[in-house]
Design a protein around this ligand. Structure first.
Ligand code: CTP
Length: 420
């Protein structure tokens, strides 16, 4: 009997939504459903209208012992219709992973472009957990530039694509496009959920976003940080099982799932909240772009345009990272360095002066990566003396890589500490 994958905080089995789209391979989704149940997952099946042309919901209902969801407004009574109108939100919140098999060319396009015209696509938009997509289609459709461009978009969102296999297709062609073996897809689902539990027991304190330093009641000094890197780190750490506290400057981003967000505005507020929440932290990541200077005495009234020139005398803000470095206990300390030149030199200098275990350095000021972008190109200066340039990737992918290196570093450091 396979061991049941368990949710970290409860003893409930992990929950998976199996989305079935309308392709010849839809019948193989029944095998996948069985493989997932055999691995101990609780499975909720959602079918598109086209999928129902290929396989009956009854098959999945019999396999899972649950009602299959087939439409946004599939209930008959008006009361049921009302509850089913928001059911996609509930399903999105209750489940740990979404797998779609077969994922047709149409479904990939609709997910990539954020259409929300049926239950599956609407639920996808409301879902913040990991997504596994197993495409199946005719070879030419698979190789088409439009499908490949959609896949790029979905990969950049960190969705795992279980590539189709080469073989004889129902259309008579031979080539890539056949749905991957259901056991391979079920393994990908299990790996996606397990891989992310390697931070269980860790408490990760992350800062993100810019700070705003008021100049008067209506104006402030700030910077171009979007907070995306810090939020990606928080989402990744939470998915991998950590308890995550995110001290966040003002940003336009939704709170990541299972993350405690502590909103702050100024560098001083950020410092207070970081030290308030430091006690149980095992990893501290300072991704925030903290303002270096602020106006110490903010006037209570708006500054008027009376003089021809305005000079402001600014005082330094507390360097939170340096203070953490000075008071370092047994937590792993990771800082960031946003530079416009000499990345390696500056990252290594900050690693030493701020007593960090890792500095994530990135060159800012270019157009397509950095602050507001979803992509980033970073290099890691490590306590071990290494300087590693990571290939350009989505912030979500980089978040996982940074966390991987943090864990390696911790294992290296603790094995040294224990003389191993
Ligand atoms: N940092 C901080 N508190 C500050 C300024 C920076 O905690 N008042 C942290 C940032 O969160 C980041 C790291 O220090 O993790 C480096 O920030 P950066 O702005 O690159 O460096 P500075 O130390 O401010 O130096 P400079 O601006 O001169 O490069």
């Amino acid at each position: 009997m396979p061991a049941e994958p368990q949710d970290a905080e409860t003893t409930k089995p992990q929950r998976v939504v199996l989305g079935v789209a309308g392709g010849i391979a839809a019948y193989k989704a029944a095998e996948l459903c069985r493989a997932l149940i055999q691995r101990g997952f609780a499975v909720q099946v959602v079918m598109t209208a086209a999928a129902e042309e290929f396989i009956r919901p009854l098959t999945f209902a019999a396999l899972t012992g649950r009602k299959v969801i087939t439409g946004l407004f599939s209930s008959s009574s008006s009361e049921d219709t009302l509850s089913s109108a928001v059911e996609h939100i509930g399903v999105a919140q209750e489940n740990d992973l979404l797998v779609v098999a077969p994922a047709t060319a149409d479904l990939l396009a609709r997910f990539a472009h954020g259409l929300a015209d049926d239950f599956l696509s609407t639920m996808y938009l409301a879902f913040t957990g990991p997504v596994v997509l197993a495409p199946a289609m005719n070879t030419n459709m698979w190789l088409h530039a439009a499908t490949q461009a959609n896949l790029e978009v979905l990969r950049a969102r960190r969705h795992r694509i279980v590539e189709p296999e080469d073989g004889f297709l129902a259309c008579g062609m031979v080539g890539p496009g056949r749905l991957a073996d259901p056991e391979v897809i079920a393994d990908a689902v299990a790996a996606e959920l397990n891989r992310r539990r390697d931070l269980e027991g860790e408490v990760v304190l992350i800062t993100a976003g810019p700070t705003q330093e008021p100049l008067d009641p209506v104006r402030f000094l700030s910077n171009r940080s979007s907070g995306k890197m810090g939020y990606a780190l928080a989402a990744a750490a939470a998915e991998r099982g950590a308890r995550v506290i995110l001290v966040s400057g003002p940003v336009q981003l939704p709170a990541p799932r299972n993350v405690k967000v502590v909103p702050v505005r100024t560098a001083n507020e950020m410092r207070t909240e970081v030290f308030e929440n430091l006690d149980s932290a095992t990893i501290v990541i300072k991704a925030a772009a903290v303002a270096d200077f602020h106006l110490a005495n903010v006037p209570h009234q708006k500054i008027k345009k009376t003089a021809a020139r305005l000079s402001l005398e600014l005082d330094p803000t507390p360097d939170i990272l340096a203070e953490l470095g000075r008071n370092k206990r047994d937590f792993l300390l990771i800082g960031f360095a946003a530079e416009t030149e000499n990345l390696e030199g500056e990252a290594k200098r900050k690693l030493e002066t701020k007593n960090c275990d890792m500095i994530v350095g990135n060159l800012v000021g270019g157009d397509d990566v950095g602050f507001e972008s979803d992509q980033n190109e970073v290099a890691l200066a490590l306590r071990t003396g290494e300087f590693l340039k990571l290939p350009r990737a989505s912030k979500r992918e980089l978040a996982d890589e940074i966390l991987d290196h943090a864990l390696n570093l911790r294992q290296g450091l603790s094995s040294k500490a224990h003389g191993r």
